[in-house]
Design a protein around this ligand. Structure first.
Ligand code: HEM
Length: 416
């Protein structure tokens, strides 16, 4: 094992997006998990960072925000430094402020709590009816017996339309919501992040969209997300900069992740025909399949924390100020937690929760909405089709952050 200043050194730059272009490199991470589960990686354009690869280490760090900070002033929740880089930079000059995912408690809770009402379990019943109606319409437009791209036909519009409902945004904005979020997470993908000018245009459009909707809702008592992120939980008006930041958080959080769970789930089912057949034979397995799909895909690859004090993890000395990455796909394949972690098993029966939605203070706010969409999607798919088939290559987003699929050519048949 190579050491750098006493730290076990990962053999490659783990932050390099090129490693994730053909899917998450599970072989590499399995090897690291066994040989150096807490390891140091060099960075092409930064000071380097620690990686936590084991389930227990990741969960312990995520539950300890006093030591493992998400706050922008300490660096934020992304690998790059949010004060100087990122969407538009979150520094004092930027028009985009700080989203609550980049705050530590108690400030984070102030804003998180106000959004909870939009995704409360009591609202999900009503939402299910509308999600199902939209999914049915999308399936009616699909010619399943000829090869089609699942991403624009199904996986992208389902979460976009759910988000439009949550924001109460006019439908003409739906294509923009897709384009904006791709650009926002696509800093390493030239197709998505075309140029600084293009990015400035995206941010301008987004701010115009947000300020227009906010102006129409201020003072109202609606439970749409625009109204909810305009005020904190005590009713105080949230500054416009932070409103924009939280709008971006919800758009990216609700869109990329769910889209890629739908695409990744279909891909997994096509690659594991025996699991698809189990679902065809027994649709009661769908809720378990939803959890297994999210564990299997783990569409968010990591979140970043910054150590607020010196701390030892699994014998490694993490120094105050060091960056620390929590790798969800690795925790979700941890051999010490999962029986046969590399088996895609829709009947797994989760004794242990998977960590794809995170854990602790920042646990995903939209997990139930995401699971609901996946469940309805699978129900409607199984109502119509007995056979699914992958029909071509699956290009991926160039990103170390989102485990994303750009295009998924498939065929569906009503008979087996
Ligand atoms: C399969 C789908 C999804 C996955 C895998 C996912 C994953 C995650 C993860 C890992 C975090 C934790 C961040 C951290 O610890 O730093 C998170 C937070 C968050 N997610 Fe999701 N997410 C999904 C769907 C959604 C949806 C549908 C929404 C909104 C409708 C959403 C909104 C959020 C928000 C607002 C946060 C920040 C919570 C906070 O900082 O308190 N997510 N998500």
């Amino acid at each position: 094992m190579t050491l750098e200043n006493g730290k076990p050194l990962a053999p490659v730059l783990l932050g390099d997006a090129a490693h994730y272009e053909t899917g998450f490199p599970h072989e590499l991470f399995t090897d690291l998990r066994q040989r150096m589960p807490v390891c140091w990686s060099r960075e092409a354009d930064g000071p380097g960072f620690w990686s936590l690869l084991k389930y227990d280490d990741l969960a312990a760090a995520a539950k300890n925000p006093a030591v493992f900070s998400s706050a922008t002033e300490n660096g934020g929740h992304r690998l790059f430094d949010e004060q100087t880089a990122g969407v538009a930079g979150s520094g004092a000059e930027s028009p985009i402020g700080i989203p609550f995912i980049s705050r530590d408690p108690p400030k984070q809770a102030q804003q998180r709590l106000s959004v909870l009402a939009a995704v409360a379990p009591s609202r999900l019943g009503d939402m299910e009816t509308r999600i199902r109606a939209r999914v049915v319409t999308l399936f009616e437009q699909v010619q399943g017996d000829t090869v089609f791209d699942v991403v624009p036909a199904l996986s992208a519009p389902i979460p976009i339309k759910t988000l439009a409902e949550l924001l109460e945004a006019p439908p003409e904005y739906e294509p923009k919501l897709f384009e904006w979020t791709n650009a926002l997470i696509g800093e390493d993908d030239p197709e998505f992040r075309r140029s600084p000018e293009y990015m400035a245009q995206i941010i301008g459009e987004l701010m115009q969209f947000g300020s227009h909707l906010r102006a129409s809702r201020l003072g109202g008592s609606g439970t749409d997300i625009i109204t909810l992120i305009s005020r904190d939980k005590d009713g105080a008006e949230v500054p416009l900069r932070d409103f924009y930041a939280n709008l971006i958080l919800v758009l990216v959080g609700g869109n990329e992740t769910t889209r890629n769970s739908i695409s990744g789930g279909l891909l997994a089912l096509a690659q594991h025909p025996e699991q698809w057949q189990r679902l065809v034979d027994d649709p009661a397995l769908i809720p378990g399949a939803v959890s297994e799909i999210v564990r299997w895909v783990s569409p968010v690859m990591h979140m970043r924390r910054t150590a607020m004090q010196d701390i030892e993890v699994r014998g490694q000395h993490i120094a105050k100020g060091d960056k620390v990455l929590l790798w969800y796909p690795s925790a979700n394949r941890d051999e010490d937690i999962w029986e046969q972690p590399f088996t895609f098993d829709i009947g797994r029966g989760f004794k242990q929760r998977h960590l794809a939605f995170g854990i602790g203070q920042h646990t995903c706010l939209g997990s139930r909405v995401a699971e609901l969409q996946l469940r309805v999607f699978l129900e409607e798919l199984l109502r119509r089709y007995r056979h699914i088939e992958l029909c071509g290559p699956v290009p991926r987003i160039r990103s170390n952050f989102i485990h994303g699929i750009k295009s998924l050519p498939m065929k569906f048949k009503a008979s087996a």
